[in-house]
Design a binder for this molecule. Structure first.
Ligand code: COA
Length: 147
């Protein structure tokens, strides 16, 4: 089978409250020994993308406290166009949890999307001393999040 062949059906892109928070194309320097993209590179991009929505609500410093789940569903390859979609799944007292989904447009099949990764991460609002602080709740409404 050719490396360019997509062995799984195309995935429809999200059309609901999930927001496009990052697009990036991995480069040859980001590969592992197999020639695919290094998982740690993908994790770093997901951490950056995941921080976008929490940053909107935290209004100040924050830190990643947990990667609750991380699934590599399909390999990522040099030249894929990666689209990162995110939505908030929980707002606590000091923390916000998001779900991040990553879709690839293969180098030779732009316009067709394959889900390659999904993850859940939690970010904590911190003060100047690095201690957890409450998330401002005044006027806080988050699309798609009930309660
Ligand atoms: C983030 C940090 C300040 C939190 O301090 P802490 O003493 O664990 O704080 P708390 O126990 O009060 O928890 C704070 C929030 O994080 C959540 N939390 C803590 N550990 C968690 C875990 N393992 N999974 C999910 N959420 C977690 C708590 O539920 C709480 O959220 P809530 O207030 O919304 O209920 C501290 O753990 C820290 O500095 N970690 C390093 C962060 C960092 O450097 N990140 C980059 C990694 S390279």
């Amino acid at each position: 089978m050719s490396r360019e062949t997509n062995p799984r059906p195309e995935t429809p892109l999200p059309k609901d409250h999930r927001e496009l928070v990052l697009k990036v194309i991995p480069m040859p320097a980001d590969t592992n020994g197999n020639g695919d993209i290094f998982g740690g590179w993908v994790m770093a991009q997901v951490d950056l993308a995941g921080a976008v929505l929490p940053a909107r609500y935290v209004r100040g410093r924050m830190a990643t406290v947990a990667v609750n789940q991380f699934i590599f569903k399909q390999p990522v390859r040099v030249g894929d166009i990666l689209s990162f979609f995110s939505h908030v799944t929980r707002v606590g007292n000091t923390s916000i949890t998001v779900q991040v989904e990553v879709f690839a447009e293969r180098f030779s099949a732009q316009g067709q999307y394959v889900k390659v990764t999904e993850a859940s991460l939690t970010y904590v609002a911190i003060d100047r001393e690095g201690r957890p602080r409450p998330i401002p709740k005044d006027g806080l409404t988050i699309p798609g999040l009930s309660g």
